[in-house]
Design a protein around this ligand. Structure first.
Ligand code: URA
Length: 285
């Protein structure tokens, strides 16, 4: 017996010490970023407290798989890169140039996802090592055009032109009436590419909030003969309310978005969102 205790003694003392160390530390301090500062939060049953003892209220996240099941024409880009970049973009303390840098990187990923979505035909190609299967898009660049909802949509046009330099570009100026309660949009101006009715249209607006501006633009497109199923609405951040409104009115369009936030606030801003995209991107805030 004495021998056994003697044999077990050291490992027992060591494992008790290791367990106590782990237990104490797992409940103790954990680094977190709050208001752009690395702070130490006290973790108590997954609740975080700021150093001055307050509980930050985090916005809840939506179940994206459920949402995509509910809306078959919705494509949410799933990528760690997008999640990371949107996390950086939301930060209210970043400069205009950082905001542009992160936006451009996210927009690129949305455009690539959209082009990949359109490359839907199986094909066989040959690499220097042999044959392989891949997808391709049978359409030409001239079968497409982009349509920017001014002014924020222009941020996405710049990235499109880097990827498809020859793509036709149209613009519409539709602005939400900040003085009205429902922020109903007012239509000012449109300049569309020739033969727009025969093209697939990438409608560009970085935020889908109420869907008011996008709906007003789609009405213009439809009046020019563009088919609903040829409209792709690309945005960076959307919310379920806006998505629902768009599909209620235009069930055949496609919406491609990098992130769906859960909340649309009474002032019609998305939360957690990024604030006013145009002001932050163009430095007018
Ligand atoms: N437009 C923006 O710029 N931000 C929002 O949150 C909603 C609409």
């Amino acid at each position: 017996m004495k021998n056994i205790i003697h044999k077990l003694g050291k490992p027992l003392i060591f494992s008790t010490f290791a367990f106590s160390f782990y237990f104490l530390n797992s409940h103790k301090f954990k680094g977190a970023i709050f208001n752009n500062k690395i702070i130490h939060c006290l973790r108590t049953q997954e609740r975080y407290l700021t150093p001055d003892g307050k509980t930050p209220e985090f916005f809840e996240e939506l179940d994206i798989n459920q949402l995509e099941k509910k809306y078959p024409n919705l494509v949410v880009v799933k990528s760690k890169a997008v999640d990371y970049l949107i996390g950086m973009l939301r930060d209210k303390t970043i400069s205009t140039s950082q905001f542009r840098k992160y936006s451009n990187r996210i927009i690129r990923l949305i455009i690539e996802e959209t082009l990949a979505f359109e490359a839907n035909q199986d094909t066989i190609k040959e690499s220097p090592m042999g044959f392989y299967k891949t997808k391709h898009n049978p359409l030409k660049d001239s079968d497409y055009c982009v349509l920017s909802i001014l002014r924020s949509g222009n941020s996405m046009v710049e990235q499109f032109l880097e990827i498809i330099p020859g793509i036709y570009v149209g613009v519409v100026l539709v602005q939400r009436n900040e003085n009205s309660e429902d922020k109903r949009p007012i239509f000012f101006f449109e300049k569309l590419p020739k033969n727009v009715a025969d093209k697939k249209v990438f409608l560009l607006d970085p935020l889908l909030a109420t869907g008011g501006s996008a709906s007003a633009t789609i009405e213009v497109l439809k009046s020019k003969g563009v088919k609903e199923e040829n409209i792709f609405f690309l945005n960076m951040i959307s919310c379920e309310e806006g998505i629902q409104q768009m599909f209620l009115k235009y069930p055949q369009i496609k919406i491609l978005t990098a992130k769906v936030d859960k909340y649309l606030l009474p002032n019609k801003y998305i939360a957690p969102g990024i604030g006013d995209f145009g002001d932050r991107f163009y430095g007018t805030d």
